[in-house]
Design a protein around this ligand. Structure first.
Ligand code: SF4
Length: 297
């Protein structure tokens, strides 16, 4: 596995509670956040792995912990990593505030900012704040990327940047999947989004869980060194990744004889639903529970 990026979920908490969120973030999500000491431990593990060059800070909403975010970026820069953030920009209430919140991060060494600009995050006011953040980031020399998620019924409301359709997993599977036409379940024979055979990046949550896809775990780096996990990874033999590589989400249904509906909104909808059925059987591989709506918010 040639892992070049670690994306740290500083917190599962978020000021918004978006319907399309993969990880059930919201104001009442689990309170645990990464500490500066834990970030430093993760950075040491990234150095020992030897292939990582980029550390992203995201969530939930990372700006809910501005001091930890700033120190994390500073540390990661000192360790020699390129650094990035992903944010919904709730903090950019006007041009002055946007600049004030970004300056400490730029001074700490921030290289990249991916900013959500769409009405799925906070409606029209959310878009206005995000545009303040984009303007401030450009003025500070950050060349921000924008992420714009399409509304299920009527597409994108911000035309530039990355983005695309909702992926129907997490809260999106529960809240949004019925708003789009469903396709026959037998058609979802590949994973369209993740390079599960050879992932280039993984997400690390506040508990140390290392996610190949949200809720699909490689292991826990507070319990086992990341370098060991990567060395031991045999995707074809993994109980969830193996079937996904063979036949996509359909492979999970077939391998484990799972119940299923006639149709699903997309591949992630079938995958997430199949994984919910399997969580009791593979609790260390499929978790934490709230990503499957178990302590939901
Ligand atoms: S198909 Fe499954 S593994 Fe692939 S991106 Fe969707 S939820 Fe993740």
């Amino acid at each position: 596995m040639n892992l070049t990026g670690l994306h740290l979920l500083l917190t599962y908490r978020c000021n918004y509670q978006c319907d399309h969120c993969f990880v059930w973030s919201g104001p009442r999500a689990v309170a645990k956040h990464l500490t500066v000491d834990e970030i430093e431990e993760i950075l040491h593990q990234a150095v020992r792995l030897g292939t990582v060059n980029t550390i992203y800070f995201e969530g939930g909403e990372p700006f809910l912990h501005p001091a930890i975010l700033t120190q994390g970026i500073e540390l990661a820069s000192l360790f020699g990593f390129r650094t990035g953030i992903v944010s919904n920009c709730f903090w950019a209430v006007d041009a002055t505030k946007a600049r004030e919140r970004l300056i400490p991060l730029v001074e700490a060494g921030l290289d990249m900012a991916d900013l959500s600009v769409d009405s799925m995050h906070g409606g029209d006011e959310g878009v206005r704040r995000a545009q303040n953040a984009v303007t401030a980031a450009r003025a500070l020399g950050l060349a921000p990327g924008t992420i714009s998620t399409e509304r299920p019924e009527n597409g994108r409301d911000y035309p530039s940047g990355q983005g695309g359709a909702v992926m129907f997993r997490g809260r999106a599977a529960v809240r949004l999947a019925d708003r789009v036409p469903h396709q026959p379940w037998q058609g979802f024979t590949t994973c369209p989004h993740e390079k599960l055979a050879d992932p280039a990046r993984v997400h690390v949550d506040p508990f140390g869980n290392v996610h190949l896809c949200q809720g699909l775990l490689l292991g826990n780096l507070f319990e086992q060194p990341l370098r060991q996990m990567v060395a031991d990874y045999q995707p074809k033999d993994h109980p969830i990744v193996g079937p996904l590589l063979d036949r996509g989400p359909v492979g999970l249904v077939e391998r484990y004889g799972l119940p299923h509906a006639g149709g699903y909104a997309d591949a992630c909808h079938l995958c997430y639903t199949a994984r919910q059925h399997l969580r009791g059987r593979f609790p260390k591989t499929l978790g934490p529970g709230h990503i499957y709506g178990e302590k939901s918010i």
